[in-house]
Design a protein around this ligand. Structure first.
Ligand SMILES: NC(=O)c1ccc[n+]([C@@H]2O[C@H](COP(=O)([O-])OP(=O)(O)OC[C@H]3O[C@@H](n4cnc5c(N)ncnc54)[C@H](O)[C@@H]3O)[C@@H](O)[C@H]2O)c1
Length: 269
């Protein structure tokens, strides 16, 4: 059990978009937060300790773990990335954080995976986390690597974890696809909070979406975890319509991963 009143929780990638939402959402309920990022972390509160570190610096990561009971691992590169960055941050960095956590006796890891872990499933298939992964990109394949590592860390070392297959995290929905895939700032905090508090999630994989009317996945693990999303992208449909987004036309994407699943062939690496 992770006790919000006493146990220290480390959040990596804390200066990023999701990290900032988590700080806002968790600060009131979690007494002891350690925040880390390669970039400066703005205005730490009294119950937040901010440490600048690069996730590929193993010695620094081991120091971050001292006295930590749970880790929320958000650090990652996405969007435009080089193969080297992906290896350094999303593979070696993930390994370094999980391994340092194990050595330090960390009991819970919450990991920012992605919907791109199953992005090649056709949109007509009502995907759930029990299906085999079908990553739509190297980025998605590396997220599956992290999930698989956590499976092994539970089976071999008893470290409980939740891998969140986050959809589209934004302050507000941004396009037609995100009417299905949006994860709001409030809901990402609720999802992480539930993932930290659950007494025994095993090595759970869970979809990270808000309660969107147009959602195209289903997830029995929400009930198991006690995750109750409160936001719905549909509440923002008029805002999108006013911006010229086609909110009424046919669905734009053939696969869950959107454009990732139809990206042009890359040059040989
Ligand atoms: N935003 C989304 O829609 C979305 C969807 C699916 C998954 N995710 C995953 O969630 C996580 C957080 O996403 P985000 O949107 O907050 O991204 P973000 O880019 O806003 O934040 C990532 C943070 O990681 C930090 N970082 C990058 N490389 C680092 C390194 N080597 N050492 C230390 N810090 C480093 C960056 O400085 C940044 O603050 C990522 O792992 C991402 O892949 C995000």
């Amino acid at each position: 059990m992770i006790d919000p009143a006493t146990d220290r929780v480390l959040i990596t990638g804390a200066a990023g978009a999701i990290g900032t939402a988590l700080r806002n959402g968790l600060r009131a309920g979690w007494a002891n937060l350690r925040l880390t990022d390669a970039r400066p972390i703005q205005n730490p509160a009294n119950n937040e300790e901010a440490i600048i570190a690069d996730v590929s610096d193993r010695a620094a990561v081991e120091k971050l773990m001292v006295g930590v009971k749970a880790v929320v691992h958000l650090t990652g590169v996405g969007g435009e990335y080089t193969l080297e960055d992906l290896f350094r941050v999303n593979a070696r960095g993930v390994f370094g954080v999980f391994e340092a956590a194990r050595l330090a006796g960390v009991e819970r890891i919450v990991y920012a995976s992605s919907n791109h872990a199953f992005g090649c499933y056709p949109i007509t298939e009502n995907v759930h986390p029990g299906l085999p992964p079908r990553p739509d990109s190297l980025y998605g394949a590396f997220k599956v690597f992290g999930e698989t590592m956590l499976r092994a860390y539970f089976d071999r070392h008893g470290i409980r974890s939740v891998s969140m297959r986050i959809g589209t995290y934004r302050t507000l929905p941004i396009d037609q696809r995100s009417l299905a895939t949006w994860l709001s700032p409030g809901d990402v905090a609720r999802l992480v909070d539930a993932s930290l508090r659950h007494p025994d999630p095993g090595a759970l994989i869970v979809n990270g979406y808000s309660a969107n009317t147009r959602i195209k996945t289903h997830d029995p693990n929400w009930g198991f975890l006690g995750y109750q999303p409160l936001d719905n992208a549909e509440d923002h449909v008029e805002m999108l319509r006013a911006k010229g987004v086609d909110v009424d036309g046919p669905w734009e994407w053939l696969e869950h991963g959107g454009h990732h699943a139809r990206a042009p062939e890359r040059k040989p690496r």
